[in-house]
Design a protein around this ligand. Structure first.
Ligand code: IMP
Length: 179
């Protein structure tokens, strides 16, 4: 087991790069079969999903499009008010089969926000492809169709996921090594 230090905290290997690659291939195969004769539009949610999106998308053998979106959140004039703003959707969403690519679905608040916008823009279908899913933390009912791995309510880092900006570049996924 590999122990690494990130911002003075010890982390240990949780999901190896081999296991990640296997999950990625399995998910891509499933999507390739489910979307046969369709042309899905993948929407990868930045920042965390960029590495997973790159690996997953290279295994997709359908004619398909990919775009990157970001939810910028800022405080309104009232300090308790948080305003979300979606940036990066330039495509026409109407009638498209959307696959949202996430690194991790935790509370699902990000998904909820995206779903509502995509429904408003009249997407034909909306599915979610996430590498990791924390069902214990999930607060919504949108079905999470494609899941690489279900994990308990723990904090993980690596493979695009960060801890205070650290660890996105790691090939495996790590968990805090609590004494
Ligand atoms: P949600 O909106 O609560 O589902 O979570 C959305 C975002 O929170 C993810 O896309 C991640 O960027 C971040 N996040 C949630 N859990 C973790 C974690 O365990 N490690 C690192 N980032 C996380």
């Amino acid at each position: 087991m590999e122990i690494i230090q990130l911002n003075n905290k010890p982390f240990k290997t949780y999901i190896s790069s081999i296991e990640i690659a296997e999950s990625c291939t399995k998910m891509a195969n499933q999507i390739n079969s489910d979307y046969k004769n369709k042309r899905p539009l993948f929407l990868a949610v930045l920042n965390g999903s960029f590495i997973f999106a790159a690996d997953l998308f290279r295994k997709i053998n359908l004619p398909s499009d990919i775009s990157f979106v970001k939810i910028a959140s800022y405080s309104g004039t009232n300090s308790t008010e948080k305003i979300n703003n979606l940036i990066g959707i330039n495509e026409n969403i109407e009638g498209r089969d959307i696959i949202i690519i996430e690194d991790i679905v935790d509370t699902g608040n990000t998904l909820h926000y995206l779903f509502e916008i995509l429904k408003e823009k009249k997407a034909n279908t909306i599915q979610i492809a996430t590498l990791l899913f924390k069902p214990e933390a999930y607060k919504w009912n949108y079905p999470v169709q494609y899941v690489g791995k279900t994990i308990p309510n723990v904090f993980v880092v690596g493979y695009g996921l960060d801890y205070d900006g650290f660890g996105r570049n790691l090939n495996s996924i790590y968990i805090l090594n609590e004494k």
